[in-house]
Design a protein around this ligand. Structure first.
Ligand code: BTN
Length: 243
């Protein structure tokens, strides 16, 4: 079992928010896990539905100058999809940049936040938040996400949650410490490469084809007006061809 210091909660507002609070008091890497969240945060200011039965965890990290939140997000996507596959025996795909899909349903979301120190030109800390829909929530998913979200298994299975956290940590720290060619794995798991997509940049909607994922984690896309790289935001996979 990974030796990282851990905090466990039955309920918390958000494990990411807690990690940010304690970042001021520690220079240690710490894992925070909660059985549910009352104000789970998603990307782009959205909330993340966090009832009992899921895994809600944040890693407080102190990355060196070579890593940025996008790298950490990419590493975590590979680590979590590998852990899901090895423990649940299902194929897990990554929708750029950080959503994990099983059977065309989103089963995991990742939110990495960081505090950049302009003097040091590096991150003082990063918080990697991972939310996994492990067991089906009682009463199902709310209407606004029920067509998108899925869970990995029905119920029960003693010890599965703990095992999934441990295998994720093993995978993640192996990658984070430089022991794995994670970009090759990331691309192999992509459900976006070669697909027609839509995205919004500076308020304008573009149609494009996803061509490659660069080592920086950016998505290279071909639009009607040439190649562009995306480093954040959200893409939609579509069926209509444009280029
Ligand atoms: C997304 O899909 O938009 C990202 C969701 C990230 C959710 C996780 S759950 C643990 C951590 N704490 C939070 O408040 N959010 C992240």
């Amino acid at each position: 079992m990974n030796k990282i210091k851990r905090y466990y909660f039955k309920e918390i507002d958000s494990t990411n928010e807690f990690a940010k609070k304690i970042s001021k008091e520690t220079s240690q890497d710490i894992l925070i896990v909660s059985e549910k969240q009352t104000a789970g945060k998603g990307r782009m200011g959205r909330s993340f539905h966090s009832p009992e039965g899921g895994i809600y965890m944040s890693l407080l990290l102190h990355p060196d100058t070579t890593k940025n939140p996008l790298d950490i997000t990419v590493m975590a996507s590979v680590a979590v999809s590998g852990a899901i596959e090895s423990l649940l025996g299902v194929k897990a795909y990554i929708k750029w940049v950080n959503d994990i899909y099983v059977d065309n349903k989103k089963v995991c979301g990742i939110l990495t936040e960081g505090s950049f120190n302009t003097e040091k030109k590096a991150f003082d800390y990063a918080v990697l938040g991972v939310g996994i829909n492990l067991f089906r929530p009682k009463g199902g998913f709310p209407d606004d996400i029920k067509n998108i979200a899925g869970s990995l298994t029905e119920t029960g299975k003693a010890g599965l949650k703990e095992r999934l956290i441990d295998v994720f940590l093993e995978n993640f720290f192996e990658i984070y410490n430089g022991g794995r060619d994670y970009m090759t794995e990331y691309k192999a798991r992509s459900n976006v490469l070669g697909k027609n997509i839509e995205y919004i940049k500076n308020g304008i909607k573009y149609k494009a084809k996803a061509v490659d994922i660069l080592n920086s984690g950016e998505l290279l896309v071909e639009t009607e007006s040439g190649m562009q790289t995306l480093n954040s935001g959200e893409i939609k996979i579509c069926t209509e061809s444009i280029v």
